[in-house]
Design a protein around this ligand. Structure first.
Ligand code: UDP
Ligand code: MG
Length: 315
C-alpha cells in the first residue's frame, strides 16, 4: 500500500516535568504500539521541563531511535504549543495525541484507530469513569453549555486529550498558524466526519496537574474568543437592552417625581449613583472584551516566532 519509509501512525506527547511518569509511560506505550502492527513514530515535545524529563527522553531515543523523536523547547510554552510543534513535524497518516501523565491509558489507542478506520477523520475521547470533584463536574458542564451555544463545537469532554486526527486535519491546523488555541476545538472545526469514543481514565500516575483553576478559565476564554465573535454580539445586544432599561427607569423616576409628586426626599443621588455604576460596569465589560480581540489581532499581526526549539532528536 505505502512506501517502506512511510509512517502510518504518529503519537504526539507533550512533556512538562514528568520524570516520575515517563518510565511507566514508555513501558506501557511501546508494547501497545508494537502490537498494533502499523509503522509508527512517537514524538515527544519537552516543554521546558526543569526536572530530568529530557534525560529520560534522550535515553528513550537512544533505546528506540527508529520510532522515537524528541523536540526540545528552550523554555515552557504550554501544552498546546508543544503539541503544535510536534504537529508541524509529524509524518504519520493518523495522528494521536496523549498526555504523558498516564491519565489517558495507552491501551485505549487501538479503540481510536478502529473508529478512524471506520471512516472518521477526527475521533475525540471522553472519559468514561471520570473521577472529579462535584465542583469540577458542574463547572465543566456549564463550560460545555456555553461553548456549544457560542461556537457550535460539540465535545463531551474537553479535558480529554486522547484524540485521533487525520493527516488532512493536522495539515489544516498547522496552516492556520494558531496561537493560544485549544487544538481539539480547532480540529473539530476542520473536521468533516467527527466521532467520539469513551476511554478509560486513570488518576495522574505521579505529580500534580499543571493546570490551575485560573489556567482553566484562561483556556475557555481562549476557546470562546478564538472560535466565535458571539461574545461581542451578545455584549452589543446586552448593552442595547440595558441602556433601554436605564432610560425607562429614568423616565419612571421623573414621572413619579414630577407628575405624581412622590419620592421628594430620596429622588436623586442614590438612584443616579446606582444607574451610573451599572452603566459603568457594562462599559468596562465591553472594553475588556474588545481588548481581548485586539490582543489576539496583535499577536497574529506581530507574527513573532511562537516557540524556539533547542534541539531535535531523530531528524
Ligand atoms: N504539559 C505541557 N506543558 C505545560 C503543561 C502541561 O507540555 O505547560 C503537558 C503535561 O506534561 C501532560 C499534559 O500536558 O503531558 C497535560 O498536563 P496536566 O496533566 O498537567 O493537565 P491536566 O491533566 O490536569 O489537564
Ligand atoms: Mg493530567
Amino acid at each position: 500500500m505505502s512506501a517502506p519509509s512511510s509512517v502510518q501512525l504518529s503519537i504526539v506527547i507533550p512533556v512538562y516535568n514528568e520524570e516520575a511518569n515517563l518510565p511507566v509511560l514508555f513501558a506501557r506505550l511501546y508494547p501497545v504500539l508494537d502490537g498494533i502492527g502499523r509503522t509508527y513514530e512517537v514524538i515527544f515535545t519537552n516543554d521546558g521541563s526543569a526536572d530530568r524529563s529530557m534525560d529520560l527522553l534522550r535515553a528513550q531515543h537512544a533505546a528506540r531511535p527508529d520510532v522515537t523523536r524528541v523536540i526540545d523547547f528552550n523554555t515552557n510554552y504550554g501544552q498546546h504549543m508543544a503539541i503544535m510543534a510536534a504537529f508541524e513535524r509529524v509524518r504519520g497518516e493518523v495522528i494521536v495525541t496523549l498526555d504523558a501523565d498516564l491519565q489517558n491509558p495507552p491501551e485505549e489507542i487501538p479503540k481510536l484507530l478502529a473508529k478512524m478506520d471506520a471512516g472518521h477523520d477526527y475521533v475525540g475521547g471522553f472519559r468514561l469513569n471520570r473521577q472529579d470533584s462535584l465542583f469540577r463536574t458542574y463547572a465543566s458542564r456549564i463550560i460545555n453549555l456555553v461553548r456549544e451555544k457560542t461556537t457550535s463545537i460539540e465535545m463531551t469532554d474537553q479535558g480529554c486529550m486522547l484524540r485521533a486526527y487525520s493527516r488532512a486535519i493536522i495539515d489544516a491546523i498547522v496552516r492556520s498558524g494558531a496561537i493560544n488555541t485549544f487544538i481539539p476545538a480547532l480540529a473539530y472545526s476542520f473536521s468533516g466526519n467527527p466521532a467520539e469514543v469513551g476511554v478509560k481514565h486513570e488518576e495522574r500516575h505521579a505529580g500534580v496537574s499543571n493546570y490551575s483553576f485560573y489556567g482553566l478559565i484562561r483556556l475557555n476564554f481562549d476557546l470562546i474568543t478564538g472560535f466565535s465573535i458571539a461574545p461581542l454580539q451578545y455584549f452589543t445586544m446586552f448593552a442595547g437592552l440595558s441602556s433601554l432599561g436605564s432610560f425607562a427607569l429614568v423616565v419612571l423616576l421623573l414621572v413619579r417625581r414630577f407628575v405624581f409628586n412622590l419620592d421628594r426626599e430620596t429622588f436623586g443621588v442614590f438612584t443616579l449613583l446606582a444607574i451610573v455604576l451599572f452603566l459603568l460596569s457594562v462599559a468596562m465589560i465591553g472594553i475588556g472584551l474588545i481588548g481581548e480581540y485586539v490582543g489576539r489581532t496583535y499577536q497574529v499581526v506581530r507574527a513573532r516566532q511562537r516557540y524556539h526549539v533547542r534541539e531535535i532528536l531523530g531528524s
